[in-house]
Ligand binder design. Structure first.
Ligand code: GSH
Length: 303
């Protein structure tokens, strides 16, 4: 019996027990979307993985989607078990803090990570940070990227989406990550003039073209690369969703003025895929608040 199914069965049995026990059990999400790429190299020997732990552990700041969301969406799309440590256990945050604030590294330590998101692979020494790096790993190991040279296209589109994510972050923190928004508001208003004025349209227009380009090669597809879902889809989707949350007026304006019909049709279609639909309805999907994608009404108006 696959380990994941065994864990889920165990969870089902325990669901009939106490609340404390339920909270201690990792939530597993095993739905498979229709069309993932075949997986390639598997470095994890499942025999090394304890029956009680899921294959992946995500370590990210609790309560906000942030950059952790790119990793969550990839894991959800692949339908693999994962533990979202800081959101699932009371003292989860100490595991994260312990990893990023270590002093001298000793022989028994895991590889250093500067900041989250961090992905740990159970039963192996794999501990990764840097969002695109984590996605690269999941692409290879969980069938979320092609195995031919198109994998570089998947990564390229992902890096472009993460560039937009960085700019969206800088729209409320243009001066310093360690300062409050309120302490850099004049600069934010200045930054956002160009961001709203041309940058969102530039990126959205680019994604719209990517979809048209892929359709010209694969008329029946609704994905960004080839005919299968990849981590480029999940990442671009999250950035479009986040920017639409932060700048709803601007995005409505762009829909009217520029159309970007292919982009928004792709966005809506993906949202209807079973895995994403049920994830968005679940408690695992955290609401936007004080993370990367923030809505400040004063930043979403023409200056
Ligand atoms: N390039 C990194 C950026 C990671 C990053 O900025 N993480 C934020 C949270 S989303 C953080 O904790 N930053 C702390 C810091 O930069 O000191 C990635 O893509 O993962």
């Amino acid at each position: 019996m696959p380990v994941s199914r065994a864990i889920n069965q165990a969870r089902q049995r325990l669901l009939r027990t106490t609340t404390t026990q339920i909270q201690a059990i990792p939530r597993l999400h095993l739905r498979k979307p229709a069309s993932l790429y075949a997986t390639t190299v598997r470095t994890v020997k499942m025999s090394n993985v304890s029956q009680s732990e899921p294959k992946y552990e995500l370590l990210y700041w609790p309560s906000i989607p942030g950059r952790g969301e790119y990793v969550r969406l990839a894991l959800e799309a692949a339908g693999v078990p994962y533990k979202d440590t800081t959101n699932e256990s009371k003292d989860g945050i100490s595991s994260l803090i312990g990893l990023i604030s270590r002093g001298d590294i000793t022989e028994s330590d895991e590889s250093p990570a500067l900041c989250p998101p961090i992905l740990r692979v159970s039963g192996s020494s794999v501990l990764l940070s840097q969002t695109p790096n984590i996605l690269l790993y999941l692409g290879d190991h969980e069938g979320l990227a092609p195995t031919d040279d198109n994998k570089y296209l998947v990564h390229q589109y992902t890096l472009t989406a993460l560039d937009l994510c960085n700019e969206a972050h800088n729209s409320h923190h243009p001066v310093g990550v360690g300062l409050y928004y309120e302490d850099q508001k004049p600069e934010a208003l200045r930054f956002v003039k160009e961001f709203r004025g041309s940058r969102i349209a530039k990126f959205f227009g680019h994604f719209d073209k990517i979809i048209k380009y892929n359709k010209s090669k694969h008329p029946n597809t609704s994905y960004l690369v080839g005919e299968k879902l990849s981590y480029a889809d999940t990442t671009v989707w999250q950035v479009v969703d986040g920017v639409s949350f932060a700048f709803p007026k601007k995005v409505e304006e762009l829909k009217k003025e520029k159309g970007f019909e292919d982009l928004f049709a792709w966005y809506e279609k993906l949202k209807e895929e079973e895995w994403l639909k049920s994830y968005l309805e679940s408690k695992r999907r955290l609401g936007y608040s004080s993370g990367i994608f923030r809505h400040y009404a004063e930043l979403d108006v023409d200056q």
